[in-house]
Design a protein around this ligand. Structure first.
Ligand SMILES: [Fe+2]
Length: 169
């Protein structure tokens, strides 16, 4: 694997680790029924996932689709769309002062869906080694730009995202 591809893969895996960490904190907040901790953790989830999803959708997925061997980009975007709905649902739950048993169950299930996506994404990122160095360089540059813009997940989805989003299955 080229140095650039290794750099990109290591960086994305590190972001995935951060995501797993904050998602586990969110699950703990449900488990221990401490809604007061929830909004600040959720803000961190949104802050980390915003630039990350943006990089995947705007540059990584299209580049990988060109070299083949991944699910169609439309399917990957549909997955992201579903995750965005999960984040919105979690943001709704974050406004509550008390959760019912049902809400705790729903919340934990939503978080498991997000964790599953992070695991799937680790596999996808390994395919970056198939890309030419120039493409990986462009992806790394875009990643830097998106981090600098630091739009959280919901703001990016509402204000910037221009790609048509297929309905989630
Ligand atoms: Fe990812």
């Amino acid at each position: 694997m080229s140095e650039l591809a290794s750099e990109f893969e290591a960086m994305v895996r590190e972001e995935h680790q951060q995501m797993r960490g904050v998602l586990r904190e969110l699950a703990d907040a449900f488990w221990w029924r401490v809604p007061e901790y929830f909004p600040s953790i959720l803000r961190r989830v949104a802050a980390i996932t915003g630039p990350h999803f943006r990089c995947e959708e705007e540059v990584l997925y299209p580049a990988l689709e060109k070299v083949g061997g991944i699910q169609p980009v439309t399917e990957l975007l549909a997955n992201h769309n579903q995750l965005k709905s999960s984040a919105e649902r979690l943001a709704e739950l974050a406004k509550k002062e008390v959760w019912s048993d049902e809400e705790v169950g729903v919340g934990i299930e939503l978080i498991h869906g997000l964790l599953q996506h992070v695991n799937d994404c680790d596999g996808l990122v390994a395919m970056v080694e198939r890309l030419p160095d120039e493409t990986v360089r462009n992806i790394l540059d875009a990643h830097k730009r998106f981090n600098k813009a630091s739009l959280d997940l919901l703001r990016w989805a509402q204000e910037v995202k221009k790609l048509p989003i297929p309905a989630a299955n």
